[in-house]
Design a protein around this ligand. Structure first.
Ligand SMILES: *[C@@H]1O[C@H](CO)[C@@H](O)[C@H](O)[C@H]1NC(C)=O
Ligand SMILES: *[C@@H]1O[C@H](CO)[C@@H](O)[C@H](O)[C@H]1NC(C)=O
Ligand SMILES: *[C@@H]1O[C@H](CO)[C@@H](O)[C@H](O)[C@H]1NC(C)=O
Ligand SMILES: *[C@@H]1O[C@H](CO)[C@@H](O)[C@H](O)[C@H]1NC(C)=O
Ligand SMILES: *[C@@H]1O[C@H](CO)[C@@H](O)[C@H](O)[C@H]1NC(C)=O
Ligand SMILES: *[C@@H]1O[C@H](CO)[C@@H](O)[C@H](O)[C@H]1NC(C)=O
Ligand SMILES: *[C@@H]1O[C@H](CO)[C@@H](O)[C@H](O)[C@H]1NC(C)=O
Ligand SMILES: *[C@@H]1O[C@H](CO)[C@@H](O)[C@H](O)[C@H]1NC(C)=O
Ligand SMILES: *[C@@H]1O[C@H](CO)[C@@H](O)[C@H](O)[C@H]1NC(C)=O
Ligand SMILES: [Cu+2]
Length: 579
């Protein structure tokens, strides 16, 4: 009897260990960053990548695991890696935002990022956060439930497939960055890519063999883990003859939402189930197509790419390599912004779920952030060549030149940053959004926030004809997206539309074209957290602000000291590091 009891106790303990904290693992990767020649579109192009791969390696882990990534910089650029969407509780030093949380890792130096992934499940990603290098330095980060795929809040898929949407740049990314920071915004990628492949719409790919292929079996289900790692475009994604069920966004579960089109802006991620229920003798294109604002906004050439969904039962699939037999999905028009608006508006969080918190009720800080582009010409004239200054509340953000903000904050000498300015909580005399390119100025804009404050931000995109949407990404915490709307935000009527029950929880909120969005979050994570548009042309130009979150009253609400080997800024030269 006693032996039996001991045995039972042993099994219970073993089961608990398997399901609980004892199970947390250390997931280790080595990232060698270097320049390699990759052949795309008939052309060898020198690109900066991780481990020779575009996109870079996928990091897979279980919720609760610890991660160590050894970054060895063999490239000529200063490098940082940002773990996009990872909350980094009490670990702001590992956030990887250049000159916000750390100086870049110099060429021929190395640094190990160490962090835990806690209380999040789904798809996130990692990317360089210095200059425009994220165009080619990025990859997926997949977080499964600690007790395995059986505890997904949806039917366990037969297979999981990362879909990383990217853009192929032939121009040197250092040059691109220089142009963007100088207010020149008209460089374009040569192609969109799906898992690194431009696909058969481009010459010199031209054959189906060069497409990204998703192999499926009839009747099985697949979890697509979709990342938009592109710099400049929101994409519509469709697969001919198939539908999706969206189950998560930015590593937060959503109520299953069935749709035949996915809208995904830079910085966003979507987990969607795909059931292979079409005729298995057919072949089906997966298409990603960039949208863009209509005229009079400047019109760019269409950016589009496609891959193929291939059934294992399809007869003779290897032999005939022709495109004509493949079914093409009907895509939204490139100027269609409604499809994106409705897609985002239809997402609600999967409340109640143990990983989802209730919406905080009492707001302590009300911020109104007007997103716009101003004029940086010395005298406000529009004739100087480099003049566009993307901005928030009439300040175009610039990075500090020598000391990262977090380091200055930690040492209590933030005032030593000569370009520092406190960002006003609202636009000066309520911007009249009907007249573009007003004069603006540059500063390292920050907003101080006390610990445990509930912050509400109304983001307002311009409501002009010549304008754009803005995917605003917050580091270090997720936001409840309470509402979105078109036109100018009007508290009188719009507060009544807030979803305080099951709003989607995201690290990137797409502020619609000609519209606004409202978010709420609680400052539970001391440190300096960047908030910026994830269109590279806007973020490099200055549509950004840094939140400085103070320590709380206890040890477990206090930012620990930096890791001893944090890259040194000694002799740091921003020109070399960024270009
Ligand atoms: C090949 O790439 C280089 C830059 O790497 C670019 O200047 C050139 O125009 C490209 N050539 C073609 C044919 O696309
Ligand atoms: C990282 O750099 C240190 C010295 O800065 C060196 O001792 C170590 O071997 C390097 N590690 C790797 C993996 O290159
Ligand atoms: C591909 O090349 C053909 C012939 O050279 C040309 O007519 C066509 O416009 C090209 N297509 C693309 C997408 O560049
Ligand atoms: C920045 O990129 C977005 C998305 O492609 C585009 O709509 C916008 O016109 C660009 N902004 C500027 C100022 O060129
Ligand atoms: C959901 O999408 C449908 C059409 O796709 C649209 O009519 C509806 O307004 C959307 N709902 C929200 C809340 O955006
Ligand atoms: C801020 O203070 C720290 C510690 O006193 C010092 O090492 C650092 O040089 C100072 N930075 C600036 C920009 O004054
Ligand atoms: C904004 O400016 C336009 C034209 O300059 C003017 O017609 C309109 O009345 C202004 N609106 C507000 C709210 O000031
Ligand atoms: C925006 O900032 C610029 C430069 O400081 C200033 O000249 C302009 O008056 C400001 N605009 C408003 C609406 O306050
Ligand atoms: C944070 O604030 C809430 C009320 O807004 C309070 O209930 C809670 O105890 C606070 N937590 C801490 C750690 O200060
Ligand atoms: Cu980011």
């Amino acid at each position: 009897m006693a032996a039996m009891a001991v045995l039972v106790a042993f099994f219970v303990a073993a089961a608990l260990a398997a399901a609980g904290d004892g199970d947390a693992a250390l997931v280790e990767h080595t990232f060698v960053v270097s320049q390699v020649k990759l052949n795309r579109l008939c052309n060898d192009t020198l690109v900066t990548v991780v481990n020779g791969q575009f996109p870079g390696p996928t990091i897979e882990l279980n919720e609760g695991d610890s991660v160590a990534v050894h970054v060895i910089n063999k490239s000529p650029h200063g490098i940082t890696i940002h773990w996009h969407g990872v909350k980094m509780q009490l670990n702001c030093w590992a956030d990887g935002a250049a000159m916000i949380t750390q100086c870049p890792i110099q060429p021929n130096k190395n640094f190990t990022y160490r962090f835990d992934v806690v209380g999040q499940e789904g798809t996130l990603w990692w990317h360089a956060h210095v200059g425009s290098l994220r165009a080619s330095v990025h990859g997926a980060l997949i977080i499964r439930p600690r007790s395995g795929a059986s505890s997904y809040p949806f039917d366990k898929p037969d297979k999981e497939i990362p879909i990383v949407i990217g853009e192929w740049w032939e121009m040197d990314l250092g040059h691109l960055e220089k142009n963007l920071r100088n207010g020149y915004m008209f460089d374009l990628p040569r192609a969109a890519t799906i898992n690194g492949k431009p696909g058969d719409l481009y010459n010199c790919s031209g054959t189906v063999k060069d497409n990204n292929v998703v192999n499926v079996e009839h009747g099985k289900s697949y979890l697509l883990r979709i990342v938009n790692a592109g710099l400049e475009s929101e994409y519509y994604l469709k697969i001919a003859g198939h539908k999706f069920t969206v189950v998560a966004a930015d590593a937060n579960y959503v109520k299953p939402y069935t749709t035949d089109v996915i809208a995904i802006a830079p910085g966003e991620t979507i987990d969607a189930l795909l059931v292979a229920d079409a005729h298995p003798a057919g072949r089906y294109y997966m298409v990603v197509k960039a949208n863009q604002p209509p005229k009079p906004a400047i019109q760019f050439p269409l950016i589009i790419s496609r891959g193929v969904v291939q059934y294992s039962e399809c007869p003779g699939k290897e032999e005939h390599d022709t495109t004509s037999s493949i079914m093409v999905p009907e895509m939204p028009d490139r100027h269609d912004s409604d499809t994106s608006f409705y897609f985002h508006g239809n997402l609600t969080s999967l409340q109640p779920h143990p990983l989802l918190r209730p919406v905080p009720a009492n707001v302590h800080e009300h911020l109104f952030y007007a997103l716009d582009s101003g004029n940086l010409c010395p005298h406000g004239e529009s004739s100087c060549i480099n003049h566009l200054g993307p901005m928030i509340n009439n300040v175009s953000f610039r990075l500090p030149a020598t000391t990262p903000l977090l380091q200055a904050h930690y040492h209590g000498n933030m005032s030593s940053i000569s370009t520092l300015r406190e960002l006003p909580d609202r636009a000066p005399r309520m911007f009249n959004f009907t007249k573009m390119r007003k004069p603006t100025s540059r500063a390292t804009s920050v907003r101080r926030l006390r610990y445990n404050a509930t912050v509400e931000i109304v983001f307002q995109s311009p409501v002009l004809a010549d304008t754009y949407a803005n995917p605003m990404h917050l580091h270090g915490q997720d936001m409840f997206v309470l509402a979105q709307g078109l036109g100018r935000y009007d508290a009188e009527k719009d507060v009544a539309t807030y979803n305080l029950v099951d709003p989607p929880v995201r690290n990137t909120v797409l502020v619609p074209l000609f519209g606004w969005a409202v978010v709420r979050f609680v400052t539970k994570n001391p440190g300096v957290w960047f908030l910026h548009c994830h269109f590279e042309n806007h973020s490099s130009g200055g549509m950004a602000v840094a939140f400085v979150v103070e320590n709380g009253p206890t040890l477990d609400s206090t930012l620990p000291p930096p890791p001893e080997d944090l890259p040194s800024c000694y002799n740091y030269n921003s020109r070399v590091a960024y270009e």
